[in-house]
Unconditional design. Structure first.
Length: 150
C-alpha cells in the first residue's frame, strides 16, 4: 500500500467528504473535514501547547519527584550505615582507652618488672645523683639571690 502524498498549502482548500466505516455516524451522515489554513495551523499549535502544559509538564514533574525520592532514600540508608559504623568506632575507642589506662598503671608495670625482668625498686642507698645542673642550665631549678642563674 502506498503512502498518501502531501498536498501543498497553495492547493489546499476544502477537503472532499470521505465516507468510510470509521467516519460514518450511526445516522449515515459523513464527517466533514475542516479546511487547512493558517488559522487551523495556529489552532493546532495552540492545542499542542495546551497538551504539553496539561499533560507533559506534570508528568515530567512527577518523574523528577520520584527520582529525588529514590535518591534521598538511598542517601538515608547510607547515612544510617555510617552512623552505625561511627557508633561502633566510638565504642571501640572507649574500650581501647580503658585498656591503655589499665596497662599503663604504675603497679602493673612494677609487678611485671619484678616478676619477668627480675628488677627491684631502688632504695635510698642505691640512688646516686651525678650532677645537680638541670636541663634549663640552673642549679636545682632555682636562682641565686642576685637574680642570675647559677
Amino acid at each position: 500500500m502506498a503512502a498518501p502524498q502531501r498536498r501543498h498549502r497553495a492547493s489546499a482548500g476544502m477537503r472532499p467528504i470521505v465516507r468510510t466505516a470509521e467516519t460514518e455516524k450511526p445516522s449515515g451522515a459523513a464527517v466533514r473535514r475542516k479546511p487547512v489554513g493558517a488559522a487551523a495551523q495556529r489552532k493546532a499549535a495552540g492545542l499542542r501547547r495546551r497538551f504539553a502544559v496539561i499533560v507533559v509538564v506534570p508528568v515530567l514533574l512527577m518523574l523528577g519527584s520520584i527520582y529525588l525520592h529514590t535518591v534521598s532514600a538511598g542517601l538515608a540508608g547510607e547515612v544510617a550505615g555510617l552512623e552505625e559504623r561511627l557508633a561502633g568506632a566510638e565504642a571501640k575507642g572507649e574500650r581501647l582507652g580503658v585498656m591503655a589506662a589499665e596497662r599503663s598503671g604504675a603497679e602493673r608495670i612494677r609487678s611485671l618488672a619484678a616478676n619477668r625482668l627480675e628488677m627491684r625498686d631502688p632504695r635510698g642507698q642505691d640512688l646516686e645523683v651525678y650532677d645537680k645542673v638541670r636541663e634549663d642550665a640552673t642549679q636545682d631549678g632555682g636562682e641565686e639571690k642576685g637574680g642570675e642563674p647559677r
